[in-house]
Design a protein around this ligand. Structure first.
Ligand code: TNX
Length: 520
């Protein structure tokens, strides 16, 4: 009886300390693929003798994918051009797969096929999620038959580096994290009242005085060199992510107005702004020549730095401007964008102005507000990227206990970020929606407005804030953008997401351990 008692006492203690599984848990895929078959076939075991087959004629870039698989598995995985191999990568699949679609089969061997290197890269992210969270243990992939493609073409994460500067290494880290969830746009909010972060040769003061402030303190200058920008663009491109630079105007321009006197009605440069408020500035729109010269010079140089198809012109929160002046600015900005061969994207307010063909408006209001402005944009043939603040804003607090962020659009717990349907917003038709975007603003430099620190040493590192606010909400929004409406449900998402915690831990991501998810 004593032995029995001892056993009864000691057993639960053992059971309470479960070992972290070293092999891939079930099919915890995020975003959920279009179709996931679980055939009877056999799981694939990878080991030191496994190889990757990349046949002749394949695009050069996919060689790098083998490197990613080596990193994730910790196995040597040499590349062969012919013969047998445990993994086959093929980017010359049928065109029906589209630009981003892929097929992933595991049955004794793994075959990943796509029509493009980009599609193959998206599929690789799925394969990664079937592999163990960290290298070193046994590597096996369950038998699967997956066919997948995205619902929306534009799936963005936005980072505000104007209110709080984020060093290149931490920018890249966010890009890398987002790419794992098939996010394909990095929207870089480079200018605002509190700082200008991109070099413009025609106006060197922009990266002088214009870069000398952040929300809460001054010093610096804090900006990216042209070389650093090219480096980030290349880093994103290697993950098939387009960088969309944002040059906000005609509001959110205090840093520009502190650098360029003629943008002010007084003709004198204003003081740099290091406060925490919005709606504190607007260009002097009656100085049409000075504003026109500024916009065309800046957009020309920015267009040359960023090879992507879009230039984001901002257009949000402009104080005290007449409708005519605002519309004239949007016309000027739009013309400067198209003159450089780019397409306009802007916050939904730009619907007030004349939009060039092929423009995109990014809807950011909560609760369907401002639908009239979206309607004006749609009437001009624009498409919509959805970033409703009460769902998609990564700077909103999860709940009252969140140490950072804002609450003007309400709390945004994980379920709220996940459980909404783009086509049910604003009465949009599917083809009017280009995609979704998740903005990560940094107005309060990461603190609550009620407890603003008095010195910058008291601010957390950008990556601490980024990790906490983006994980797990960025994966939730990535699924809204990628997965078909009928494949999504909150209960399913919660259980698929849970094992990702081990992946985030392995990558050092300081995610928010939301109580909404039963973490494994
Ligand atoms: C509104 S959303 C803004 C930003 C702020 C954000 C804070 C938008 C286009 N403008 O300037 O950073 O709210 O949540």
């Amino acid at each position: 009886a004593l032995v029995g008692l001892l056993l009864a006492v000691s057993l639960p203690a053992c059971a309470a300390a479960p070992e972290r599984p070293s092999v891939a848990p079930g099919l915890a895929l995020v975003p959920q693929p279009v179709s996931v078959g679980r055939p009877e076939g056999s799981a694939v075991r990878l080991d030191g003798g496994s190889a990757i087959l990349i046949g002749p004629g394949q695009p050069e870039e996919i060689q790098a994918f083998a490197g990613q698989l080596r990193e994730v598995t910790g196995l040597p995985l040499p590349v062969r051009e012919s013969g047998e191999a445990a993994i086959t990568l093929d980017a010359l699949g049928p065109s029906e797969l589209g630009r981003e679609g892929y097929l992933l089969k595991a049955d004794g061997r793994i075959t990943l096929r796509a029509h493009t290197a980009e599609g193959l890269f998206r599929g690789l992210q799925t394969l990664r999620q079937l592999l163990p969270a960290r290298p070193g243990g046994q590597v096996s992939v369950p038998a699967v038959d997956i066919s997948d493609r995205p619902r929306f073409a534009y799936r963005a994460v936005m980072l505000d580096v104007a209110r709080r500067f984020v060093p290149v290494e931490q920018v890249k880290r966010l890009i890398d994290q987002a790419a794992q969830y098939k996010v394909n746009v990095f929207h870089w909010h480079l200018t605002d009242d509190q700082g200008w972060r991109v070099p413009v040769e025609g106006y060197p003061a922009l990266t002088g005085v214009g870069a000398s402030t952040q929300a809460g303190w001054s010093g610096g200058p804090w900006f990216y060199t042209a070389q650093e920008i090219r480096d980030v663009v290349a880093y994103a491109a290697a993950r098939y992510m387009t960088v969309v630079p944002e040059i906000d105007g005609p509001g959110h321009t205090a840093a520009a107005m502190a650098s360029v006197p003629e943008l002010n009605c007084s003709g004198r440069a204003r003081q740099p702004y290091q406060g925490f408020d919005v709606k504190v500035s607007v260009l002097c729109l009656k100085n049409t020549e000075a504003v026109g010269r500024f916009v065309s010079t800046v957009f020309r140089e920015v267009s040359a730095l960023f090879p992507g198809p879009y230039l984001h012109i901002g257009g949000d929160e402009v104080p005290s401007t007449t409708a005519a002046d605002y519309a004239a600015y949007i016309r000027t900005a739009g013309a400067a964008v198209t003159a450089n061969g780019k397409r306009v994207i802007g916050w939904h307010q730009i619907g007030e102005g004349p939009l060039p063909p092929g423009s995109v408006v990014q809807y950011w209001a909560p609760d369907g507000e401002d639908s009239d402005l979206v309607a004006k944009a749609l009437a001009q043939g624009a498409k919509v990227v959805l970033s409703p603040a009460d769902r998609a804003y990564l700077d909103m607090k999860y709940d009252a206990g969140t140490p950072y962020g804002l609450r003007w659009a309400g709390f945004v717990p994980v379920e709220k970020a996940y459980a909404w349907e783009p086509a049910e917003m604003l009465g949009l038709r599917e083809e009017q929606i280009l995609g979704v975007g998740a903005p990560l603003w940094s107005d309060r430099a990461y603190r609550d407005s009620t407890s603003l620190p008095t010195s910058h040493e008291q601010y957390p590192e950008p990556s601490v804030y980024l990790d906490h606010m983006a994980f797990p909400r960025l994966p939730a929004l990535a699924e809204v953008g990628w997965s078909s409406a009928d494949s999504r449900d909150w209960e399913g998402f919660r259980s698929r997401l849970s094992p990702h915690a081990a992946r985030w831990e392995a990558q050092g991501i300081g995610f928010h351990r939301s109580r909404e998810i039963e973490w494994t």
